[in-house]
Design a protein around this ligand. Structure first.
Ligand code: PBG
Length: 327
């Protein structure tokens, strides 16, 4: 290795074209997944207060939004549903006529090339707000598995391409794989929210999905933010159970976990740039404290640089627009 004064790293930073030649990480809209919230009704476009620019949308409004995403080159959306009613067993979650199932059918009809990923969980549909069945005041793992399997099957029957279990129940990928195979869907892949931490960064999402737990917290099933080695065990378990893609979530406080997972496992790796990460940038930008575009692109680039092949992000549409302008 040469050193100063023969070596001068600033030579590689002298112009836009030189920086472009030396660039190691390039973002494209092709790696984005755009998460959306779908609600019953017509003409509904309800702003989500802590997530400026994001809305609860009825099917007609969602169709337009998905059309814009498609036009911007975004290949996939992730669906979250707001049920008409919540109950202890979250029954709308696996209702063939539920709001997510309707949304899947609508998107597949109006935008056939858009890939549809569905969040497979119970917390949006249960009145207690937990991600599983409550028995004796506790979230019961094995009773939940059957309902997650039913939910995934109902999504795939409606036309979903990629069910993504996020409940953090042990065996959830296995249960969904079996349920899909039983119905003849051996070829449908599964994306496991494998390393999902118990995070304060989900706060705005819980306002958006009205899914705050009514008692206790999610620490008995979601991971402790202090643990990275355990994340490797979670990912290993998901792959062993049949996950085709695995995820680390959130992204920004867990870039080290993304990198370790990338170095260790040879399956596609997704990272979820979650609601609180989005809201922080929006709030600071609205105050004029950071430059929104610069900070957003820096964050998304860092997630890719850490090793993510796919980035689930509420910034998807605006980032795709900025990328287009920069071309
Ligand atoms: C459902 C689910 C959550 C998120 C994705 N799927 C909420 C939670 O676990 O509380 C959070 C996404 C975000 O914050 O953007 N379990």
């Amino acid at each position: 290795m040469t050193s100063f004064p023969d070596s001068r790293l600033r030579r590689l930073r002298g112009s836009d074209s030189m920086r472009n030649m030396a660039r190691e990480t390039r973002l494209t809209a092709k790696e984005f997944v755009y998460p959306v919230f779908v609600a019953h009704g017509h003409g509904v476009k309800e702003p989500i207060e802590p997530m400026p620019g994001q809305f609860q949308m009825s099917l007609d409004v969602l169709s337009e939004d998905v059309g814009e995403a498609a036009e911007l080159g975004i290949p996939a959306v992730l669906l979250f549903g707001l049920p008409a009613e919540k109950d202890p067993l979250g029954t709308e979650g696996y209702d063939p006529e539920g709001i997510v199932q309707e949304a899947v059918r609508m998107i597949k009809k109006n935008h056939p090339n858009m890939m549809v990923v569905t969040d497979v969980c119970m917390c949006e549909y249960t009145d207690h707000g937990h991600c599983g069945v409550i028995d004796n005041g506790k979230v019961d793992n094995d009773q939940t598995l059957e309902l997650l399997g039913r939910t995934a099957v109902s999504h795939v029957l409606a036309g979903a391409d990629l069910p993504a279990p996020s409940a953090m129940m042990d065996g959830q990928v296995w249960a969904i794989r079996q349920a899909l195979n039983d119905k003849g869907y051996e070829d449908t892949p599964i994306m496991g929210y494998a390393a999902k931490y118990s995070s304060g960064f989900y706060g705005p999402f819980r306002v958006a999905a009205n899914s705050t737990p009514q008692f206790g917290d999610r620490k008995s099933y979601q991971m402790d933010p202090a643990n990275a080695r355990m994340a490797m065990r979670e990912i290993e378990a998901d792959i062993a159970e049949g996950a085709d893609i695995v995820m680390v979530k959130p992204a920004l406080s867990y870039l080290d976990v993304i990198r370790q997972a990338k170095d260790r496992f040879d399956v596609p790796l997704a990272a979820y740039n979650v609601s609180g990460e989005y809201s922080m940038i929006k709030a600071a930008a609205q105050n004029g404290w950071v430059d929104e575009k610069t900070v957003t692109m820096e964050v998304l680039t860092s997630i890719k640089r850490a090793g993510a092949d796919t980035i689930l992000t509420y910034h998807a549409k605006e980032a795709a627009r900025w990328l287009r302008e920069m071309e």
